[in-house]
Design a protein around this ligand. Structure first.
Ligand code: SF4
Length: 330
């Protein structure tokens, strides 16, 4: 017998694509006991299937400029405030970016993101990214995404003009928890960058990291902010504690808590893309295929920014084994 709250919410969402789950009802959902975990999963899966069918999208990223970042994000191995043993380098060449996109497409990615460390990029770096985006657009069928820190209007327009379709910029966590994560810039600067990208006509991919010490209420708060911003895609990352960072000693979330996080975002954003990104392996282990039942319709494949992902063939096989199809789209 399904829990009446879960089944009630699910029926509303399935009947009305515009149904808005309130903060209060979301709290009821996350307060359900572990005994109702299977109900939550089954219903999140139904919602995913109703609005996204069996279509999954895959994205891959390349770290186009690594390390030396002025910001102090507590989870990040690329912050110059931390002492980690990552490989640091200035921006890679345009050719390298194009070759990376071609390889990632061959491996099964339908979206490719160029990601740089740092608060923002110089004009010369932006020009290089934009030239690469234009070349990738002519040489592949992959969707071109970028994650380049803070934007202003002219840079957003420059990216849009070069063929970038989606801008990625995470809020990382709830506004009320941000000061525990980052002190070198303000939450509102991130929000403003998201607004600028949207106003420029870019799709926006914006989410956060679970497991930074936030409460369930703060996960709901983040989710509500993403709804206010009307983001197109919500990347969900899980903390992979990197030694030398301020969060290096934290314990990763349990698989069940991580899956409940995904389900929460699916209930709150029935029609949006929900894509599972960094920390998947270390957090979910043998439960990685469960992300789709929890409501995800997207998967980052390949390596992450500073940590290794698993063999992309395993991920592609996992998608097939779940009866899902990778959907080609720009
Ligand atoms: S998350 Fe981005 S802004 Fe924050 S320290 Fe890492 S590279 Fe810098």
């Amino acid at each position: 017998m399904f829990h009446p709250t879960v089944i009630g919410i699910t029926e509303e969402i399935l009947a009305d694509p515009g149904y808005v789950l309130s903060s209060e009802t979301s709290c009821e959902l996350v307060r359900l006991s572990e005994a109702h975990f299977p109900d939550v999963m089954a219903c999140a899966d139904k919602i995913r299937n109703r609005y996204h069918k069996n279509r999954i999208f895959t994205c891959a990223i390349t770290n186009a400029k690594s390390g030396f970042c002025s910001e102090d994000c507590a989870f990040c191995a690329q912050s110059s405030h931390h002492h980690t043993d990552i490989h640091t380098y200035p921006m890679v060449s345009e050719e390298y970016l194009v070759e990376s996109a071609v390889s990632r497409q061959r491996e099964g990615a339908v979206k490719f993101g160029m990601v740089t460390s740092g608060y923002a990029n110089t004009a010369a770096e932006m020009t290089r990214i934009c030239k690469a985006a234009a070349s990738i657009g002519t040489q592949t069928r992959i969707g071109v995404c970028a994650s380049l820190g803070m934007l202003n209007e002219s840079r957003a327009a420059q990216l849009k003009g070069s063929g970038v379709t989606r801008y990625h910029h995470n809020l990382e966590t709830a506004r009320s928890h941000f000061s525990a994560v980052c002190t070198t810039h303000d939450y509102e600067e991130d929000v403003e960058t998201v607004r600028i990208a949207k106003n420029a006509g870019l799709e926006v991919c914006c989410g956060g990291i679970m497991g930074l010490g936030e409460s369930w209420e703060q996960r709901i708060e983040l989710s509500m902010t993403l709804r206010e911003l009307d983001v197109d895609s919500i990347p969900i990352n899980f903390l992979n504690p990197v030694p030398g960072t301020r969060m290096g000693l934290r314990t990763p979330l349990s698989p069940q808590e991580a899956l409940r996080c995904i389900a929460l975002f699916r209930f709150m954003h029935p029609q949006k893309d929900i894509v599972i990104c960094g920390g998947r392996g270390v957090t979910l282990g043998d439960f990685q295929s469960w992300v789709f039942m929890a409501g995800a319709n997207g998967l980052m494949i390949g390596n992450y920014l500073t940590t290794q992902g698993r063999d992309t063939r395993m991920d592609m096989e996992m998608i097939r084994a779940m009866g899902l199809e990778v959907h080609m789209r720009r």
